[in-house]
Design a protein around this ligand. Sequence first.
Ligand code: GLU
Length: 323
Amino acid sequence: MKKFLALTVVLTLCGFFAPVTNAAMRYATIGTGGVTGVYYPTGGAISKMVNKKRSEYNLRVTVESTGGSVFNVNAIMAGDLEFGVIQSDRQYQAYNGKADWDGKPQTKLRAVFSIHPESVTIVAADESGIKTVDDMKGKIINIGNPGSGQRGNAMDLFAAAGIDVEKDITAEGLKAAESAGMLQDGRIDAFFYTVGHPNGSVKEAVAGARKVRFVEVPAKYVDALTSKFSYYAPSSIPVSMYKGVANEGDAATFGVKATFCTSSDVAEDIVYAVVKEVFDNFDAFKKLHPAYQVLTKESMLQGLSAPMHPGALKYYKEAGLMK
Ligand code: GLU
């Protein structure tokens, strides 16, 4: 017996009896967007916070560059991704069975928190003569790849402005990461990108030889869109963030919010761990991207339309952020 005890002590000291911390590591992947957007570094920022404690949580978070919001919703629902960054309008549409999910509500979609505001950003070559949305007829416009969030925003804006996408413009479906290069190469006149500011994609477009400008969305269209769809809000693009852009003042447009979502199939303690690390280290998190400057803990609980995941709810109640 004594010998057995001694052996047990030795083996335990050597880590032979695997303590909980040695249980199989769990992996969770965050779907983001193109590498030059804000979603990709956002996935990086969140994973960085959680991975500091990976042995404590037995959880390793990884990040994947994807086609954007619509792709992320579908991949989370298919169980291919545990988390995704998704535009607030897309979260609403998916959960309620609208737009890309017409008649097919994604009832397992769960909200975790909101992140930065995103503006429907239209970047045009200055020489194309596009100053406002009304100047877009007859032009080659990248409305975004089918998995992206911006594609639906472009369609909504065209509908509000009475522009027929089939007849009035030549629509391209390129990924956001390709847009700046295509604009600089003269292959497109303008591109849509629903994105936080500043971001690498717009910086790349502005830094090229071809002068660029942010296209204004007239107030009458912003009013029409915000009164028809509750998830849209007036917004503007701060030109001070992009040296060399042709606009003299901030460009008026409309926008949404980036949100962090998951599925009801993802374990409560995994979602809890992610929320806890972001919120407990909120000041450190905010420093990870300039688009987070405006964030408050309270603002991160607004703009969500799918039910809150129980793991997130548990944290918000503990932290006194929700009743
Ligand atoms: N809002 C874009 C989308 O849903 C992505 C923006 C970004 O990557 O920052 O596709």
